[in-house]
Design a protein around this ligand. Sequence first.
Ligand code: MRU
Length: 363
Amino acid sequence: MNVSQRTITPIAWVNGRVRFLDQTRLPSEIVYRETEDELFLAEAIKRLAIRAAPLIGIAAAYGLVLAMNKLTREDLPARRSAFDRAYALLASTRPTAVNLFWALNRMCRTFQKYEHLPIESLQELLLAEARAIHDEDASMCERISVLGAALLPVGAAVLTHCNTGRLATGGKGTALGILETAWEQNKIKHVYIDETRPLLQGSRLTAWELSTLGIPATLIVDSAAGFLMQRGLVDAVLVGADRIVANGDVANKIGTYSLALLARHHHLPFYVAAPATTIDFSLTSGASIPIEQRQATELFWLFDNDTPAAEVDCYNPAFDVTPHELISALITDVAVIESPTPERMLTIRTRLETERTRAETSR
Ligand code: MRU
């Protein structure tokens, strides 16, 4: 693969269409797809061609623009029902990452504010909002990267899980953005990448991103993490998040909880990096986070065979929940919360509410 990862844009709005990189084809092929159809986009999210919490939020925002761009002279009730249909379609794609619902709700507020305007103006304002969601995510990645890199010691060997880089966000990434920044600061000795069964976001996507950045990295099977820690090869664990709730519990790719337990046993810091858009203050604990269940066939595709070898049931949760007690720090674009607790999470909440009020009064 000789295409620089820095030139890869996982999603873009190009001439009235959404252009996205089909991540199911990576790393062997770089395939871009273009669509004017929100249904096609929703299917791409479902099959993980577009994936990861921040990126599916951005995609959903563009999906609503596509749906509204199909309208010509419809009256208000027809506009509303078209918007509601597209909202429901996109909201049904994946249940765990809260960024999806955050972005849809933000677009909904824009729609409600301007729904009575001439259709061209409404369409332009919705596109502007989707672009703002995209651009703001890139800025959040920058802030997370700087704050997170400051936590890593010089010469750090870091273990990461799933994919949290440019392929996962509107910018340089969350956990991988931190690794890129820390690498530029000469702090990274090595990165260990969990392959991330069953869909191999680690071996297909993170390995590719890190190799194109020139960061020394070693791929391991997920179950090797404890052994590496036992041998003293890992200094810190750094992962992303799909939803962080009010007490600091974190949902992330299946296997994250096991890593947090291993890190605690081996006295290693366990860091979670995510934008504030991944925080859901409406849920008080991780037990209430909806966990996506995926098809059993995902457990067998590696063997070129979509049926189990024996008559057994399959259980394929895509995410798990790490209790806040196991987290050394939450690294967000707003603040770093060390040893998160419900009380400490309130500091972020207060900051976000103050910023929102300031933004609303300045409009
Ligand atoms: O199923 P995926 O590939 O969408 O899961 C992605 C993850 O779990 C990421 O760690 C998370 O979304 C954070 S990405 C910045």
